[in-house]
Design a protein around this ligand. Structure first.
Ligand code: 13P
Length: 336
């Protein structure tokens, strides 16, 4: 695949008023989500749940792509249509989570490094054949005491860059996700410092590994106070700090930035994205790649009664997509 083709996929991912739905929970993570609504974590329930999400009427109006998990990219609707075909026919780009999750970083108690580079070339080639147009790799950075160490940041960014180079070789757009966790009592200034250091390290690594930035998407965490900080940030604080941080560390040649929701409420995630876009124009489109902030209302309804609440669960997905699509344009209003 040519550089121009990678660039045009990356641009389509952040088309105006569109964003991404992350439904790439591993089987362990989806178990945690299903447990909250009393749904048994079986392969059929996972398939049925993803079918409900992906067949939401009008999903393609505000959703440019969906990130799938290894099991999901091989699944089909009950009627036998592969999810990837359903998506491609609707103009929704299939994405695939390819990391193998965070593991303890040897020598650095409490810190994590994401694994999954071994055999990645072969897996990417298979995913490309299955229809994947972009991929995701998530690194986890924890703020606590003296953490994160420089070693933790560098190890994770090196892996992200190795992954990104392999994706581009396979004709897949890499979404690079260094998530600075909201867990902890740190304030917004600490989050800013760690996020800026992480992004600087990430772009230095991408440069060293010859990654083509025009064919790369950044999935970023917002700069905000930790969950247990007594001084919580409001949307204006989050927008100011996040934009300042991105401008300090992210090259303008990147085609777009999407945010994770990271445990924020649905409304806070939308209001923050909207506040950032109201401050625009920025060097890059800013949109969403939310997991929980796209799904939690739908999961609650579907988990209560899969058959009776199927349509109402889908309408909450459509509503979340519409609201976040408006926020990606800076046109969202509370209650809209
Ligand atoms: P959340 O929006 O729930 O944080 O999930 C996004 C994601 O893909 C994390 O890797």
């Amino acid at each position: 695949m040519s550089i121009e083709q990678l660039e045009s996929i990356a641009q389509a991912m952040v088309a105006p008023g569109k964003g991404i739905i992350a439904i790439d929970e591993s089987n362990n993570t989806i178990k945690k989500r299903f447990d909250t609504v009393g749904v048994p974590n079986t392969e059929e329930n996972r398939r049925a749940y993803r079918e409900m999400l992906l067949t939401t009427p009008g999903l393609n109006q505000h959703i440019s792509g969906a990130i799938l998990y290894d099991e999901t990219i091989r699944q089909s609707t009950k009627a036998g249509v592969p999810f990837t075909k359903l998506m491609l026919d609707a103009g929704i780009l299939p994405g695939i989570k390819v990391d193998r999750g965070p593991f303890p970083l040897a020598g650095f108690p409490g810190e994590l490094v994401t694994e999954g580079l071994d055999g990645l070339r072969e897996r990417l080639n298979e995913y490309a054949k299955l229809g994947a147009k972009f991929a995701k790799w998530r690194a986890v950075i924890t703020i606590s005491g003296d953490s994160p160490s420089g070693t933790c940041i560098e190890a994770n960014c090196h892996a992200l860059a190795r992954y990104a180079a392999l994706c581009q070789e396979a004709g897949i757009v890499p979404m690079v996700e260094p998530e600075v966790l909201m867990d902890g009592a740190h304030d917004i200034d600490e989050c800013y410092e760690v996020t800026e250091a992480t992004l600087r390290s990430l772009f230095a690594s991408l440069y060293e590994q010859n990654v083509f930035l025009e064919g790369t998407i950044l999935k970023a965490s917002m700069v905000l106070a930790g969950k247990d900080c007594p001084d919580q940030s409001d949307s204006e604080d989050v927008a100011d700090a996040t934009i300042r941080c991105l401008k300090a560390a992210v090259p303008a040649s990147l085609p777009g930035i999407v945010f994770l929701s990271g445990g924020q409420s649905d409304e806070f995630a939308t209001a923050n994205l909207n506040a950032m876009n109201q401050q625009g124009p920025h060097p890059w489109p800013l949109s969403f790649s939310y997991g929980r902030a796209m799904q939690q209302a739908a999961l609650k309804l579907w988990g209560k009664d899969m058959a009776a609440n199927f349509a109402s669960a889908q309408s909450t997905v459509a509503q979340r997509a519409r609201e976040n699509g408006l926020a990606a344009l800076g046109q969202w209003k509370k209650g809209a």
